[in-house]
Design a protein around this ligand. Structure first.
Ligand code: NAD
Length: 475
């Protein structure tokens, strides 16, 4: 296995350096100092990964589904025993607190376990009366691309269902946060995943995706990341008509109705928004508040944001760590400057902390004009915009006024308002009086430019299967 802060590729069952020994630096977001390296795959490394995945395909797809499931459950147990150390590695690379990293590993373990436990039932033939049935079959080699914000759980959400379905995987982990991929792949190896069935590469993302998707060996592309990159990958995948699962950006609204319980809504929004320094695809980012509650809500939200303890991710008192990389700091600066130039008001936060590390405080903007970029580009950071509304129609129209459609939230006690919001909000997931994200047992996916396809639950496994229609059984 790779050592502490020097991470390697895993190809055909072996950990090894890149063939030309190239590495990329690992940067600690709390200090901005280089603290390790990750191997950067060459074309010949990628060709080896493709060949080894393809060689392993037949044996893995014809292995009994029960055994595939048992391997995933065993990997979940192994990962659980390593989760304490793995969470420390993740926190150091990504900047999230140890509590957040520990919670993320618990969800990764749960995801491996859920897919392992349900593997058999989700590969079983589906009868359609006496003469017909549907036979789920693995689609073949999967190219999986995962980001740096939730690297452990997002890897588990791709690897576990693909392996349960019987597909080998070539995973490109995020170069900023390699340890999660290494720990999960290592758990799978110990649990008995055969050589070649899981391959792990890192490197220059655009080179890796171009090379892997140009190969007809790859049958499925699964990607979590920005809408811009998702479109590029879907274009590449079109050449070989690879199936795509695209979990892309979001810009999630929260509609706070006049009867909302602010003692419930404000802490819930604050906690979910500022988790992982706001770098979650489904974090709330645009808050629309009934005019009668607006001033009170703004006061409470500002107080909640100001109270959040920002600090090094390994300090137990820290509630929000640094952002993951310098790109996010630049994005915060751009979005806030643009909003202020157009007349927005900064209620709290608004500038980078004057200390080493990518620290950006919780920021609230009000009076944001409708053409400001922050209302349209995914902020992916600790910025919230607040605006009042007068009617439900206006709130729904405003909530839906982006190209994204991932998550939406609302707070109300009235059944008629709940119904109107559930029906009216254009999003893959709507949560009422509650902010929560993905879970292992349920499908999650965006609409509009937040992507297509599903991860999680039964549909997460179906993403890696073809459904063979068999007719004339009784003939
Ligand atoms: P980015 O779009 O360059 O990269 C996002 C992720 O995609 C990274 O892990 C990166 O390694 C990978 N990636 C980039 N180009 C790729 C390519 N050509 N082929 C394969 N993978 C590629 O942006 P970034 O600065 O790293 O992240 C910020 C943006 O990414 C945010 O604005 C947000 O929209 C998006 N993002 C979304 C999620 C999510 O959960 N949906 C997660 C992380 C990042």
């Amino acid at each position: 296995m790779s050592h502490a802060t020097s991470y390697e590729l895993f190809i055909n069952g072996k950990w090894r350096a890149a063939s030309d020994r190239t590495t990329l630096p690992l940067i600690n977001p709390a200090t901005e100092k280089v603290f390790g390296s990750v191997a950067s795959a060459t074309v010949s490394d990628l060709d080896e990964a493709l060949a080894s995945a393809e060689r392993s395909r037949k044996a893995w797809s014809s292995r009994s589904v029960k055994e595939r499931g048992e391997i995933l459950v065993a990997a979940a147990r192994i990962l659980a025993t390593k989760a304490g150390d793995a969470a420390k590695d993740l926190s150091a690379e990504q900047g999230k607190t140890i509590t957040e990293a520990t919670g993320e590993y618990a969800r990764a373990v749960e995801t491996l376990e859920w897919n392992g436990t349900h593997a058999e039932e989700l590969s079983a033939p589906i009868p359609l009366g006496p003469n017909r049935m549907i036979v789920p079959e693995p689609l073949g080699v999967v190219a999986a691309f995962t980001p740096w914000n939730y690297p452990a759980v997002l890897i588990a959400r791709k690897l576990a269902p693909a392996l349960a379905a019987g597909c080998p995987v070539i995973l490109k982990g995020a170069e900023e946060t390699p340890s999660a991929a290494v720990h999960i792949v290592e758990a799978l190896r110990y649990a008995g995943v055969p050589d070649g069935v899981v391959n792990l590469v890192f490197g220059v993302p655009v080179h890796i995706s171009r090379h892997l998707l140009s190969s007809s060996i790859v049958k499925v592309l699964t990607f979590t990341g920005s809408t811009a990159v998702g479109k590029q990958l879907a274009t590449l995948a079109a050449n070989n008509l690879q199936r795509c699962v695209l979990e892309l950006g979001g810009h999630s609204p929260v509609v706070v109705c006049a009867d909302a319980d602010l003692a419930q809504a404000v802490p819930a929004i604050s906690e979910y928004k500022f988790e992982c320094a706001g770098q979650s695809c489904n974090a709330p980012s645009r808050i629309l508040v009934a005019r009668s509650l607006y001033e009170e809500f703004l006061y409470r939200m500002r107080e909640a944001a100001r109270k959040i303890k920002i600090g090094p991710p390994d300090d137990p008192a820290t509630e929000m760590g640094p952002m993951a990389n310098a790109r996010r700091i630049e994005a915060m600066q751009r979005l806030i400057q643009d909003a202020v130039d157009r007349g927005a008001h900064i209620e709290t936060g608004g500038t980078r902390l004057d200390q080493p590390g990518f620290y950006w405080p919780p920021t609230i903007l009000t009076g944001v004009p409708k053409d400001a970029k922050v209302l349209h580009d995914e902020p992916f950071g600790p910025i919230l915009t607040l605006a009042p509304f007068d009617t439900m129609e206006e709130a729904i129209e405003e909530a839906n006024a982006t190209v994204y459609g991932l998550a939406a939230y609302c707070f109300t006690g009235a059944a008629s308002a709940k119904r109107a919001l559930i029906d009216g909000l254009s999003a893959g997931a709507v949560s009422v009086n509650y902010l929560k994200g993905v879970s292992a047992d349920a499908p999650y996916g965006g609409i509009k430019q937040s992507g297509y396809g599903y991860e999680g639950g039964e549909q997460g496994v179906r993403s890696f299967q073809s459904l063979k229609m068999v007719n004339g059984l009784g003939s």
